[in-house]
Ligand binder design. Structure first.
Ligand code: SAM
Length: 243
């Protein structure tokens, strides 16, 4: 997958391109991440990237021209041999809420462009002309779209084939099958007077599988009952929830 980020602060993205699982995915070329900075497309001496909003009021907006040209450059960066149109996402608190399902869907795309806003945001006409989808990472306002873009990059990248080794499967994480994950334990066997559940030491794989599923169901019902609404239960899940 090819991802181009449009941002005034490309250096921030080292957090995902240089570290951990996503950093390894970049080094293994499982995902390519490039940058396009609107400041590189300014023409004035001060390299101005913001402008006053029509109608007045506090705050500035990102200037249209440099941003539009940065998006055009990003389109070139992610252009593949297949000629497929990249999917352009503007990170915005007004967008659809980003979630696991959206991460899985975006991981199917060949090319993504993530536009990070700054100041009070961007001109509405630019969104209409260039953006396919607005995504929000939650009901709060950040000072810029970079952290939100990194959240999307991280969640999407770990869905790509080959990114997670067998030591960590995305299929068993929270939300993958519509449930929260079960609790996990590592050594020591006793910690501050609390011991690891006996079943996990039994070596009985079927018992462990059923215990984990029951824990996942119980946790989900307790913490996120909304996830169970409308989710079809298997007969085994019904039985475990009723126990
Ligand atoms: N005036 C805008 C509003 O109230 O909708 C907020 C602008 S915010 C200060 C600056 C930039 O941060 C936005 O253009 C957007 O790219 C990003 N941003 C802020 N909150 C976000 C969120 N919850 N999800 C995704 N991006 C966000």
């Amino acid at each position: 997958m090819r991802i181009a980020v449009v941002s005034l602060f490309p250096e921030m993205f080292g957090a995902v391109t240089e570290h951990g699982v996503t950093g390894r995915a970049v080094r293994q070329a499982l995902v390519g991440i490039s940058h396009s900075n609107p400041r590189d497309y300014t023409v004035d001496r001060h390299r101005t990237v913001d402008d006053r909003p029509y109608g007045g009021g506090p705050g500035m907006l990102m200037k249209i021209d440099p941003l539009q040209q940065a998006i055009a450059a990003a389109r070139e960066q992610v252009r593949g041999e297949d000629g497929a149109r990249p999917h352009v996402v503007y990170l915005s608190p007004q967008g659809r809420r980003f979630d696991h399902r959206r991460a899985v869907a975006l991981a199917q795309k060949e090319a993504l462009i993530l536009v990070a806003g700054r100041y009070e945001g961007v001109d509405e006409r630019l969104i209409e002309a260039e953006v396919d989808e607005e995504l929000s990472i939650g009901d709060y306002v950040l000072t810029g779209g970079e952290l939100a873009a990194m959240v999307v990059i991280d969640a999407v990248t770990r869905q790509l084939p080959g990114v997670l080794g067998h030591e960590a499967s995305a299929d068993e994480d929270s939300f993958a099958n519509g449930l929260l994950d079960c609790p996990h334990y590592t050594r020591p066997e006793a910690y501050q007077g609390k011991v690891v559940p006996e079943v996990l030491l039994s070596g009985d794989h079927e018992r462990i599988r059923r215990w984990r599923l029951k824990q996942a169901l119980g946790r989900t019902r307790e913490r996120r009952p909304d996830l169970l609404e409308g989710r079809a239960m298997t007969p085994e899940e019904e039985e475990l929830l009723a126990e």
